[in-house]
Ligand binder design. Structure first.
Ligand SMILES: *[C@@H]1O[C@H](CO)[C@@H](O)[C@H](O)[C@H]1NC(C)=O
Length: 442
């Protein structure tokens, strides 16, 4: 039984590998957040799960390393896991069996929470600091036998959309108009120049060692402010756009809305740049080759708590939300649910009579395929158990993959393997999101 499973797996790996080599199929860049290895119970992601996923990936990126704010060096943010438990080495040891997959190490990714300002400090650290970063990064990458580095730099984010206007304060709006309330970093031009220099130097050091260098633009980091696309593009092997989390319960506690729409959903005070298409066009308009750009798709959804004031239509933008919904039982993080948790909330025989927090949600599909699906449960008469989730499911993820194909992009960056239904709790297929994307990319 076990034998035939592995044989079958090996065969499909070979098939997929040779297929993409022939057709020049787009990339599927799989992010692996090593926190998933440390989760408990059903959320715990093992190396066996990883091996099952690898047959679908062209690149696998280990998240995350961090930056030391004092000396600008790349450092581990979880030494126990990375070094003592030898997880980094265990990860790259898989290269032997998957030689056609590129293994990269990512730095940042919003996982490096020790400091707060270390990425800006790195940019400002001058040639000496840049050199320390480059040398330390190259050392770690080579020591652990990675194929390259991914820069997922934690730079200041866009301000979230305003819900309430400035009624009653003409002076405030006047001042805002002239000072630009959206500015979160007055030195962004300087930082942009410093970042360009860093990327160029990093690239030459890495090329000399035959190592890859990629960039990941984190959600809500404004590309116009920090990335000089034409200047940095030649130094990068590919660019992953974090085109999700445009709206989250943390950033937008009072109103629930699509968190990763493909196109702009009009009306209701929505901002034109909070959608996949806008972000992609921003890079394409600057003549970055389409084949270098990967669209980010999240395997988790964003979940708000609804109040009685939110009504029961569920139609976004939903008003009077009360911030993050309670954490999922498996993923244990407020305001988000992984795909395994979301799909189990959909109406099914086992939850048909469930009440309260276990009652099924109502699913609303998007036949236009432009904005994504959502699901919700109106608050009960006591104002409890209201829930609104914006998410991609295998179908909408597949639509995004079609979009990638139609624009001849590099591929999809998947965030991340540990948030998919990797145990097959909902369907017999394990990794339904990843599979749906892969089969559309082939
Ligand atoms: C950056 O922010 C400005 C101001 O909010 C916005 O107009 C612009 O579209 C943003 N750029 C991108 C690439 O999102």
């Amino acid at each position: 039984m076990m034998y035939s499973l592995w044989l079958g797996l090996g065969l499909s790996v070979m098939l997929l590998a040779s297929f993409s080599a022939v057709s020049g199929a787009p990339n599927l860049v799989c992010f692996y957040d090593s926190q998933g290895f440390q989760r408990q119970g059903l959320a715990q992601f093992t190396m066996t799960d990883m091996e099952l996923a690898l047959q679908f990936c062209t690149h696998i990126i280990y998240g995350y390393a961090g930056v030391n704010a004092d000396n600008s060096e790349l450092q581990s943010i979880n030494k126990r896991l990375d070094f003592e438990q030898r997880h980094l080495a265990q990860f790259t040891a898989l290269k032997d069996r998957y030689p056609h997959i590129k293994f990269l190490l990512s730095v940042g990714g919003d996982a490096d929470q020790n400091e707060g300002n270390q990425y800006i400090k790195l940019l400002e650290s001058g040639q000496q600091g840049h050199r320390r970063f480059i040398e330390s990064a190259r050392d770690v990458v080579r020591r652990f036998n990675f194929d390259g580095l991914d820069l997922a730099l934690q730079l200041p984010r866009n301000k979230p959309r305003k819900v309430h206007g400035d009624v009653g304060s003409a002076w405030k709006s006047f001042k805002k108009f002239f000072t630009g309330d959206y500015i979160v970093d007055e030195d962004s031009e300087t930082h942009k120049g410093q970042l360009t220099a860093l990327i160029k130097d990093l690239s030459s050091a890495f090329k000399a060692n035959n190592l890859l260098l990629s960039l990941t633009v984190l959600p809500n980091v404004n590309s116009s402010w920090y990335y000089d696309a034409p200047a940095i593009e030649p130094s990068l092997d590919f660019i992953n756009l974090g085109t999700f989390d445009f709206l989250t319960p943390q950033r937008n506690p009072e109103e629930a809305d699509f968190s990763a729409p493909l196109y702009e959903a009009f009306g209701q005070n929505r901002l034109g740049h909070y959608n996949v298409n806008y972000q992609l066009e921003h890079w394409l308009l600057q003549r970055v080759p389409a084949h270098k750009l990967n669209i980010g798709i999240a395997a988790y959804g964003r979940a708000w708590k609804l109040s009685t004031g939110s009504g029961d239509s569920g139609m976004p933008v939903v008003a009077a939300a009360e911030g993050a919904a309670p954490a999922g039982r498996q993923s244990k993080q407020e305001g988000m649910l992984n795909w395994a948790e979301i799909c189990q909330l959909m109406p099914n025989p086992s939850n048909a009579n469930a009440k309260g927090a276990d009652a099924p949600v109502r699913r609303v599909l998007d036949p236009t395929k432009r904005y994504g699906s959502y699901a919700f449960r109106a608050a009960d008469s006591n104002g409890e158990h209201g829930l609104w989730i914006s998410y991609d499911d295998p179908d909408s993820a597949s639509s995004k993959a079609s979009y990638v194909r139609s624009k001849n992009l590099g591929g999809v960056a998947f965030f991340d393997l540990t948030q998919d239904d990797f145990r097959g709790q909902c369907t017999t297929d394990r990794f339904p999101m990843l599979r749906a994307i892969k089969y559309r990319l082939l």
